[in-house]
Design a protein around this ligand. Structure first.
Ligand SMILES: [Zn+2]
Length: 82
């Protein structure tokens, strides 16, 4: 049926670890800092950029994304307390 294909309007994203297609609402978003550098010696031409990456559930578990997120949340909460 044609309609079945469009039923899940959720956008699909690629898991950046295993490449599986997962619906956006089921994927785990993580932020990765990428550092570019054109010269190893000098830190003149280097900059960092943040890129949002998505993992499927199993990869997120495997990579400890949940743990990291929990830690971050705890740290944020501590900061908020003070
Ligand atoms: Zn995956």
């Amino acid at each position: 049926m044609k309609g079945d294909y469009l039923r899940g309007k959720e956008q699909l994203v690629n898991c950046s670890n295993c490449g599986r297609m997962v619906p956006r609402n089921k994927a785990v978003a993580d932020e990765r800092v990428i550092r570019f550098s054109t010269d190893v010696r000098a830190d003149s031409v280097s900059y960092m950029t943040r890129r949002k990456v998505y993992y499927c559930i199993s990869c997120a578990k495997h990579k400890g994304v949940f743990e990291r997120k929990k830690e971050q949340a705890q740290r944020a909460a501590e900061r908020y307390d003070r």
